[in-house]
Design a protein around this ligand. Structure first.
Ligand code: ATP
Ligand code: MG
Length: 681
């Protein structure tokens, strides 16, 4: 068996070669049979020629048989044919030897035939071998050519495939690069020792360094000094093949600012899977965390506000009763009575309690306000005069009202309260003097600003900014300043209600307040109030009405018996005729059965079964022209919507002093008793 010459021939090719070239010898029967058949044919032809040839040329046809056999069948079959021919010719075509000479000639003839036959066998064998060799070589070369062609084709295909996969790889790489480039997150790759190798555009934005500045630099440039260990730990974990997932930490920007980032780091491996570095994805979550903190703070303030407002409301009713009875006692006591001083003490305490309740109500956004279109510059002008006395000589006060300023819809008293509270805080933050600046100007809030601040709607605002150069605040203080009763002042110096009042008022006006402060860097409070449309009318001068009684009939509706009692006493002492009821139903019944005129309905707003407003409407149907004066300590009701009074509504804020009630009644009824009897049944 021949082994394939070329190593690139497959075993299949080798089998082919063997089948085609190294042909196994034909079966013996076929070879020798063919030889015998040829000899038989030669014998037949010689028999047919017998009449012509007689006993001459006995081998003539057998030569042909032997040559043909030699040509086609090779050595051995030819020898077989020679032998067979000699026998057949000897038996059939040799005459019985007539003489020794003839026998010799016959023997010579036979020997010659055998010799020529053997020679032909040798030549035939040689020819066959040469032919087989040539065939084999031709086949081999054809196969080799074929293989070469196949190989060339394969190589071509491989090249095409390689080209295609190179193109695919390039496209893939391009797509990957596009993803990295367009990512909003910083994608940074680094070596195992922390040398930066990749820095995408988002990393440039977030950290402020360009790729040219950072590639090749140690990652430690971004790490705050106290967090170096953390980065070493990350690298250690990466070298151990671990991931570091979703982790929040602080990093340094190029400008030195610290930012809060969320990061995850994964090991980076090459094509052979060996560890070559790390890839980290970093997101700046500073703004998000600030927003969350703002949201938490505002929710917390809302909750405390609701609580404070609720407590203040109930407390207000009690105070109204205390103040009322104190007023009655003071009226009854002669001016030289020794108990007067004590009662005055109670009155003063009740007043202090009332002002505290007002602050709590303000914080809870429940204070009743009477908003007017106001020019903040005017309010600043008024308040400024008072401020200069309040803050003292050691502080330089600069009031900078903008040249043009849009009006705001607000309660003048409340706005002064905001300015005063902020200014007094600023004064307290500058015990050794400094500079207090109060600025007012139009300041639109942009969409971007609104996106970064909880509950801020973009739009036109008027800004009131109060800045000082005082001791500033730590982040912890800053986080709590608007909470009621939060104070850093010594006991007795501050109640911690100043800023919560400011906060409540600003929120009630639909505005926003922000504080900017660093320790020892001073403080700025920025108050944004929504700009109001319209022009400012000249404020009507409010003439003070004297405290006096009257002859009219007043229907008092109040569900708190203590308050009802004190009001009744007070009005009766001032010569009014008083009807009183604890519920609207009672009031309607009373008014129905009362035959005389009722001049004034003095009613609480929140009543059982029906609001004071509904009661007033029903009574006014029966008694047209009935004057109504509402009283309430609370804003969440039918008359005072979100703290704003309906226009043309007469209202008295609880708790009130006796004089305030008497004065207000005269204001709504008009002087003296001139219109008594206007609303007769
Ligand atoms: N301009 C400021 N500079 C530094 N700290 C301030 C400033 N304004 C307020 N603060 C801090 O906020 C705290 C709360 O202020 P807030 O006005 O609510 O209460 P207070 O001034 O302590 O007491 P109150 O105003 O009721 O008399 C203060 O105790 C102070 O620590
Ligand atoms: Mg204060």
């Amino acid at each position: 068996m021949a082994s394939p010459r070329n190593s690139f021939l497959t075993s299949n090719d080798a089998r082919l070669v063997r089948a085609r070239l190294i042909r196994p010898e034909d079966p013996r029967l076929r070879r020798y049979g063919t030889a015998a058949l040829t000899v038989a044919l030669a014998a037949l032809v010689r028999v047919l020629l017998q009449p012509i040839l007689g006993y001459g040329l006995p081998f003539i046809t057998f030569f042909a048989a032997v040559f043909l056999t030699a040509w086609w069948l090779g050595f051995r079959p030819t020898i077989f044919a020679v032998a067979l021919s000699s026998i057949v010719a000897g038996l059939l075509f040799f005459p019985p030897p007539a003489s020794r000479q003839e026998a010799l000639l016959t023997a010579i003839g036979l020997a010659l035939f055998i010799a020529i036959g053997v020679g032909a066998a040798g030549l035939g064998e040689g020819r066959l071998r040469a032919q087989r060799q040539a065939e084999r070589e031709a086949d081999e070369s054809r196969l080799a050519r074929q293989s070469a062609e196949d190989l060339a084709l394969e190589a071509e295909e491989a090249a095409a495939q390689a080209e295609e996969s190179a193109a695919q790889a390039e496209e893939h790489a391009l797509r990957l690069a596009a993803v990295v480039d367009s990512s909003d997150d910083a994608i940074v790759t680094k070596d195992l020792d922390g040398t930066i190798r990749g820095w995408n555009p988002a990393a440039e934005r977030i950290f402020g360094y360009s790729a040219a500045e950072m590639v090749g630099q140690p990652i430690f440039r971004l790490i705050p000094p106290e967090l170096m260990d953390e980065e070493h730990d990350i690298l250690r974990r990466i070298r151990a093949g671990h991931h570091v997932a979703h982790y929040e930490t602080t990093r340094l920007r190029k400008d030195g600012h610290r930012i809060l980032i969320a990061l995850s780091v994964s090991p980076l491996r090459d094509a052979s899977r060996s560890l070559i570095g790390a890839c980290s994805i970093k997101r700046d979550v500073t703004g998000q965390r600030q927003l969350e903190a703002q949201l938490r703070q505002s929710q917390q303030l809302d909750a405390i506000g609701q609580l404070a407002g609720g407590v203040a409301h109930d407390f207000n009713n009690i105070l109204a009763a205390i103040a009322g009875y104190v007023g009655l006692v003071l009226r009854a006591l002669p001016s030289n009575h020794p108990a007067r001083v004590d009662v005055l003490g109670i009155e003063e305490a009740a007043e202090r309690a009332a002002s505290l309740t007002q602050q709590l109500l303000a914080f809870g956004r429940k204070q009743v306000m009477q908003p007017d279109l106001l020019d903040l510059r005017e309010v600043l002008d008024d308040t400024g005069r008072m401020l200069r006395r309040l803050i003292g000589e050691h502080i330089h006060l600069a009031i900078q009202p903008g040249a043009v300023l849009s009006p705001v819809l607000a309660d003048r008293g409340q706005l002064s309260q905001v300015i005063l509270n902020l200014a007094i805080n600023a004064r307290d933050a500058m015990p050794n003097g400094g500079r207090l600046t109060i600025e007012a100007r139009d300041a639109p809030l942009t969409e971007e600003y609104a996106d970064n601040h909880i509950a801020v709607a973009p739009g036109a605002y008027v800004l009131l900014a109060v800045s000082d150069t005082g001791h500033g605040m730590t982040p912890e203080v800053k986080a709590h300043v608007f909470e009621p009763f939060f104070t850093t002042k010594p006991r007795g110096k501050g109640s911690g209600l100043g800023l919560s009042t400011v906060f409540g008022i600003v929120k009630q006006l639909g505005g926003h307040i922000f504080v900017y402060s660093e320790p020892n860097q001073g403080t700025t409070f920025k108050v944004y109030l929504p700009r109001a449309e319209g022009s400012i009318a000249a404020a009507p001068g409010r003439a003070t009405t004297p405290v006096e009684g009257g002859q009219e009939t007043v229907l008092v509706v109040e569900d708190e018996p203590a308050i009802r009692g004190v009001i009744r006493r007070l009005l009766e002492m001032s010569a009014y005729t008083v009807l009183d009821a604890g519920t609207p139903a009672e009031a309607l019944e009373l008014a129905g059965s009362y035959e005389q005129a009722i001049d004034l309905l003095l009613t609480d707003v929140v009543l059982p079964g029906m609001s004071g407003r509904e009661l007033a409407e029903q009574l006014q149907v029966r008694r047209p022209g009935l004057t109504v004066l509402y009283m309430s300590g609370y804003t969440d009701d039918a008359v005072v919507h979100q703290g704003r009074l309906d226009p043309d509504t007469a209202f008295l804020q609880k708790p009130f002093a006796p004089d305030a009630l008497l004065r207000r009644i005269r204001e709504v009824l008009g002087p003296g008793d001139s219109n008594a009897g206007a609303a007769r049944a």
